[in-house]
Design a protein around this ligand. Structure first.
Ligand SMILES: [Zn+2]
Length: 351
């Protein structure tokens, strides 16, 4: 018989029926910044080499308000393992990532999500359709055996590849959150508008459709509004926390004229620091997206736990990390507490 915690645990769709769900993403960037994953190939070997880093990151995101522990199987697929000559690690890497995530989900009561993504081998021909389907089937199979609550299928720029991923998830009998990454042209690579692609994904059985990665809040929101108007079900929004804008709408397209030292001149992916959104910008994004009727919210590559906490608080939550949310009233110079030394408060304008 299940214990009380697991009896009480609601699935994704039950939770969405009660209110928004928050999902922290961005594990590739988070592990790269910590020095446990290489930018470029971007293969999550960290789950085998330093599982404690991934476990701690899951815990930090849940502590900050994530309702979901997303197994770090992003890019743990056959094509990526082939590039680094380690296809033999494919199954152990997936099973280990799922086991780590499952452990944190179980201890916290968070949802456990499996994860599949763009294969980087899809082109619209029959050979690649078969190849990517096989890649999805093996990963979804391992996720199913690990007992995931649902599968995230993410960062697809070909909607057709997302539809194949969705079909594999539905065949496995699991709920599916399917999110597209929309690059500079504001359309999928086959030329569909994001709203048309999401409408077709919803019609094909996706439980949640929307966008993640590539775009920051400012350039993702207009696309989300069109998606919200085009579909009837749940909509997902997980931007990158970077200040993208109309002329440079994706984090890959951002340029930094202030800094001549960046190898190859492109800030993506290792020199994006000066473009990072602060927590208040992410909170504002959360409020605006929620007001549009978007109820599956998160932050992708570049997200830190402080972003997730601000997003959670913007939705009226008080996650455990809120215990440490800023209170400047007791700051030695900038505070207002009457016990503070007046000479220090008077010096505040000179800081
Ligand atoms: Zn991302």
């Amino acid at each position: 018989m299940a214990d009380n915690a697991s009896q009480a645990k609601l699935g994704l769709l039950d939770r969405l029926a009660r209110g928004p769900v928050i999902c922290a993403e961005g594990y590739l960037f988070a592990c790269e910044q910590r020095g446990y994953l290489q930018a470029g190939a971007y293969v999550p070997e960290v789950v085998l080499e330093h599982p404690e880093v991934v476990r701690q990151l899951h815990r930090e995101f849940v502590h900050a308000g994530s309702d979901v522990v997303e197994a770090f199987t992003y890019y743990a697929h056959r094509e990526k393992l082939r590039i680094i000559g380690k296809e033999h690690l494919l199954e152990p890497m997936n099973r280990r990532a799922l086991a780590i995530a499952r452990e944190v989900a179980a201890e916290s009561g968070a949802l456990l999500a499996g994860d599949i993504c763009n294969t980087n081998v899809f082109v619209p021909d029959d050979a690649s359709r078969q190849a990517v389907r096989a890649m999805f089937e093996e990963q979804v199979g391992w996720a199913g055996e690990a007992g995931v609550d649902y599968i995230i299928a993410e960062t697809f720029s070909y909607a057709e590849e997302a539809l194949i991923a969705l079909d594999v998830v539905k065949q496995a009998g699991l709920p599916a959150v399917v999110t597209l990454s929309i690059h500079q042209q504001s359309q999928t690579r086959e030329g569909w508008t994001p709203e048309e692609a999401c409408r077709r994904l919803e019609a094909a059985g996706a439980d949640v459709v929307g966008l993640n990665c590539a775009r920051g809040p400012r350039t993702m929101l207009p696309l989300l509004k069109a998606i919200r108007d085009a579909v009837t079900g749940h909509v997902a929004a997980l931007p990158v926390p970077y200040r993208t804008h109309e002329k440079e709408p994706t984090f890959q397209s951002l340029r930094d004229p202030e800094c001549p030292y960046i190898p190859d001149g492109r800030p993506f992916p290792t020199a994006l620091d000066p473009f990072t959104c602060n927590r208040y910008e992410i909170a504002q994004f959360g409020r605006e997206a929620h007001a549009l009727g978007i109820d599956y919210l998160g932050v992708c590559c570049g997200a830190g736990p402080h972003h997730i906490r601000s997003l959670a608080e913007a939705l009226g939550r008080t996650p455990p990390a809120s215990r440490y949310s800023a209170d400047m009233s007791k700051h030695a110079f900038l505070g207002t507490d009457p016990s503070l030394k007046q000479e220090y408060r008077d010096y505040a304008p000179h800081l």
